[in-house]
Ligand binder design. Structure first.
Ligand SMILES: NC(=O)c1ccc[n+]([C@@H]2O[C@H](COP(=O)([O-])OP(=O)(O)OC[C@H]3O[C@@H](n4cnc5c(N)ncnc54)[C@H](O)[C@@H]3O)[C@@H](O)[C@H]2O)c1
Ligand SMILES: [Zn+2]
Ligand SMILES: [Zn+2]
Length: 338
């Protein structure tokens, strides 16, 4: 079978691999689609994702497919089931796992990061991280449950109310999903501040969000004005802008991942005076079920946000940064026919 292997720093190669064997607790999945994101860019460039990727490794932490075989101990899946995999495998033994904060696990393993993921025709995952997909959700949409579930976890850390006004800074896939999730929670006014007119127009058209081009017209983001501000870029200037834009009593969600060495300035008097909550968020602990429900009900629709469908030969164009203007790229492995 074909596998797209990260063989070293900035080296991706299509190789012929044997189909993996299932261990007793594992499910073998015939890959339909695999999403591709900034984490894959980081891993390709030798930076850590949620954990370190050690080559040779097959990336693909966002994925969907159809069960092709099950191990002897697997109880809840059978051949032919449509599934998606939560990449995070928690140890269930460390102090964080044992105090209901598994996302902070000290021994995190991840499909597509520390073990082979969806950039190959067949991959395996332990039953505990495999999820069933409802009939009315396409395998294409199911391939992006992981990024939806990260957005869902971030929003879970906020207190949401209908009266609130929310600002999302960053029109990447995550910022666009967070906007939809906040709307699904009843937040009455959602503004997306991005840097790409096409993405902003698309969101206005499909989801009715207010939009601001934050690069051309940053003055349209008013200071002290938003009850919820989500920073989904990861740059010091947008992190500072997020704190500035928060209203009194505001909550600031720092969703974007900064460079490991970067810092931003905070006016601590404003944090005091506005009684701000500034919240970090890390990955997606047990938010797959909620994300699947959001897809099933139509409250979140990722399909209008998918701008590029790639094959294995073109994944490098994305991870190397050659491909511009991407809203969301996914890799077609077997597609809906998996
Ligand atoms: N907290 C988590 O668990 C988690 C999970 C996934 C991704 N992330 C992080 O969230 C961030 C967003 O992820 P993504 O997949 O959407 O990435 P992305 O690269 O697709 O999106 C970033 C977006 O920010 C826009 N942008 C750049 N400068 C801007 C500015 N000044 N104002 C407004 N928008 C600007 C870019 O045009 C782009 O659309 C990244 O930093 C990513 O690493 C965090
Ligand atoms: Zn991802
Ligand atoms: Zn743990």
């Amino acid at each position: 079978m074909k596998a797209l292997v990260l063989t070293g720093l900035k080296q991706l190669e299509v190789q012929d691999y044997d189909k993996p064997e299932v261990k007793p607790n594992e499910v073998l999945i015939h890959t339909a689609w695999a999403g591709i994101c900034g984490t894959d860019k980081a891993l390709y460039g030798g930076l850590p994702g949620s954990a370190d990727a050690v080559p040779p490794i097959v990336l693909g932490h966002e994925n969907s497919g159809v069960v092709a075989a099950v191990g002897s101990e697997v109880e809840n899946f059978k051949v032919g089931d449509r599934v998606s995999v939560d990449p995070n495998i928690y140890c269930h033994k460390c102090q964080y796992c044992r105090s209901s904060r598994p996302e902070l696990c000290e021994h995190l393993d991840a499909v597509g990061v520390t073990r082979d993921g969806g950039f190959e025709e067949y991959f395996t995952a332990p039953e505990e991280v495999v999820y069933h997909i409802p009939d009315n959700v396409s395998l294409e949409a199911a391939a992006v449950i992981e990024p939806i579930s990260c957005a869902e976890h971030g929003v879970d850390l906020l207190e949401t109310h209908p009266y609130q006004k929310a600002l999302i800074i960053g029109d990447g896939f995550e910022g666009q999903l967070i906007a939809q999730i906040l709307k699904s929670r009843g937040v009455h006014e959602v503004t997306l501040a991005g840097s790409n007119d096409d993405k902003l127009e698309n969101n206005k058209k499909h989801f009715g969000f207010k939009t601001i081009n934050n690069v051309k017209h940053p003055e349209e983001v008013k200071a002290d004005s938003y009850d919820i501000v989500v920073e989904a870029v990861g740059l010091p200037q947008t992190q500072e802008q997020a704190v500035e834009a928060a209203a009194r009593g505001g909550q600031v969600l720092m969703f974007g991942v900064g460079n490991p060495d970067s810092t931003f300035k905070v006016n601590t008097y404003k944090v005091f005076q506005k009684q701000l909550k500034i919240q970090g968020t890390f990955i997606n602990p047990y938010t797959f079920e909620d994300s699947i429900a959001l897809l099933q009900s139509g409250a979140v629709d990722p399909l209008p946000l998918i701008s590029h469908v790639l094959d294995f030969d073109h994944v490098e164009d994305f991870v190397s940064g050659k491909l511009k203007g991407v809203s969301k790229a996914i890799v077609k492995v077997a597609g809906e026919e998996a």
